[in-house]
Design a protein around this ligand. Structure first.
Ligand code: ADP
Ligand code: MG
Ligand code: ZN
Length: 471
């Protein structure tokens, strides 16, 4: 069995950077959110951003970690163009928190992932490799907008055995981080160093993997590569590697032998300080209800099953709130849940979009109206399914959309019966099949009627009529 351990770096959702007042916000123009401190100019001093500390502690809280009341920063020395002052301010000797855990569910089974540490540090500048990859670029540009952005690093024990477990962990962790508002997917980025080993070999560390898909692919590749080496009696080197999402392979960056000695020293420009008991009490009180609690409550309060409640809670940061607000005025909670999960998420999945990226979170009333159109018979379920994508994309109100698309339910029963009669006469084979006991043959005719009427009829009514016509 493989062993996998993660070092996850998350950019915290603060207004300003960790040690200066520059904006913490992506900017297409390079080197604009900068000042002497985050450029690392000689003589500049860091000042700590209290909000970043608070967000770091929030993460410590939700990961059941032992919290350090003392704040202490260190300098990690290294020489590289992404850090012009030649050291990164980070936490080493005394991290924000240690010894936590985070439980995830994999294939219906609970799994505990132990955490070694949670700590704060500043993000280095972003390097842009021009004319090649990380090892082959013609030249490299540095964008200091990112320099000094607050990062929270979460280090796990090597408790994962498969890529699947890592995926489940990352999905849940990111969902929690958004939920407690320390991470904003629209603004912030995360990246992880993925450590992988197989029995009989050393571990390799894949640096800076930036998406769950890439994590999954890189782990699968790495396990395969290492297993292969061990199987043929070759040595698996202790090394740092990089994943190329285009080739789907990992490549050597440097071997661990030449790993840099970081020469940590304490950071003299930031005094160590202690947070009060009162501070932690207030922090604890300010934490919102956690997804796991929401999931339980959804089952109890709205009669949903575990799967439905989990999807609504974890699939998207905006979804649980949306469901709950709709459920206050729309009483068929199971139908509401089903439409959100099967149709809305199903559609979004097919176009590779997230719920929060659409205008849906702001259109609760319209979505309820959409469901009500079906309840009142003004729109059949089939048309609803047909139109849901357009509804999500168009921002039209559902009545207008229905009209615009020319899908109004045919109210005239005689007209429907006429179409049914005509269709039955067109399929003598299906009719004789039905008569000889193949009840399913009737669906074939119903399908044909639905097609002819562009779904503007209720399938159950049509089925009844078809059976009546045949008999
Ligand atoms: P380093 O600072 O050299 O990267 P750490 O002891 O801080 O070393 O470990 C970093 C990461 O490596 C942790 O996430 C840990 O879980 C992981 N790790 C340690 N041993 C193994 C192993 N045998 N296989 C896979 N991952 C491992
Ligand atoms: Mg490491
Ligand atoms: Zn700055």
């Amino acid at each position: 069995m493989a062993k996998i351990g993660l070092e996850v770096h998350v950019q915290l959702n603060t207004a300003t950077k960790l040690f200066c007042g520059c904006r913490n916000e992506p900017n297409p123009k390079p080197n604009v959110n900068v000042c002497p401190t985050c450029l690392g100019l000689p003589g500049s001093k860091p000042r700590i951003n209290e909000k970043a500390i608070e967000l770091g502690y929030r993460i410590a809280f939700i990961t059941n970690s032992k919290i350090s009341h003392k704040m202490f920063f260190s300098r990690k020395s290294y020489f590289y163009p992404d850090m012009s002052k030649n050291f990164q301010i980070t936490q080493y000797e005394i991290p924000l928190a240690i010894g936590g855990y985070f439980d995830v569910e994999v294939k219906g089974k609970r799994k505990r992932v132990r955490l070694i540490r949670v700590h704060l540090e500043e993000d280095p500048a972003r390097l842009v490799h021009v004319g090649g990859g990380i090892t082959t670029a013609k030249y490299v540009l540095a964008d200091y907008n990112r320099s000094g952005v607050p990062l929270c690093e979460i280090v796990t024990e090597p408790d994962f055995k498969t890529a699947e477990e890592v995926v489940a962990f990352m999905k849940k962790l990111l969902s929690y981080l958004q939920h407690i508002q320390v991470f904003d997917v629209k603004k912030g980025k995360w990246r992880a160093d993925v450590n992988v080993s197989v029995p009989g070999g050393n571990r390799s560390e894949i640096k800076n993997v930036g998406s769950i898909k890439d994590m999954e692919k890189s782990i699968r590749f790495e396990i395969m590569r290492q297993t292969h080496l061990v199987k043929f009696g070759k040595k698996v080197d202790m090394e740092t590697r990089t994943f190329d999402s285009e080739t789907g392979k990992t490549y050597t960056l440097r071997s661990k032998e030449e790993e840099i000695d970081y020469g940590y020293i304490f950071e003299p420009d930031l005094t160590s300080f202690e947070m009060s008991k009162d501070y932690f009490k207030k922090l604890d009180d300010s934490l919102p209800e956690l997804p796991e609690e929401i999931e339980k409550r959804f089952r109890k309060d709205y009669g949903l099953n575990h799967e439905q409640a989990s999807i609504l809670t974890y699939a998207d940061p905006a979804l649980a709130g949306f469901f709950e607000k709709c459920a206050k005025t729309y009483n068929d909670h199971k139908k509401l849940a089903n439409w959100l999960i099967v149709e809305v998420l199903g559609f979004l999945n097919s176009v590779n979009k997230e719920f929060y990226e659409t205008s849906m979170p702001l259109r609760k009333k319209q979505f309820i109206k959409f469901l009500e159109l079906m309840d009142s018979g003004k729109m059949t379920g089939r048309i609803g399914k047909e139109l849901i994508g357009k509804f999500i994309a168009s921002e039209d109100n559902p009545e207008k959309l229905l009209e615009k698309e020319g899908f109004s339910v045919i109210k005239d029963e005689l007209k429907v019966r006429r179409i049914v009669k005509e269709t039955v006469s067109e399929f003598p084979k299906a009719v004789s099949d039905y008569k000889s006991g193949k009840e399913k043959a009737v669906h074939f005719i119903v399908g044909a009627v639905l097609k002819k009427t562009r779904l503007q009829v209720d399938p159950e009514t049509v089925k009844k009529m078809v059976v009546e016509e045949i008999d």
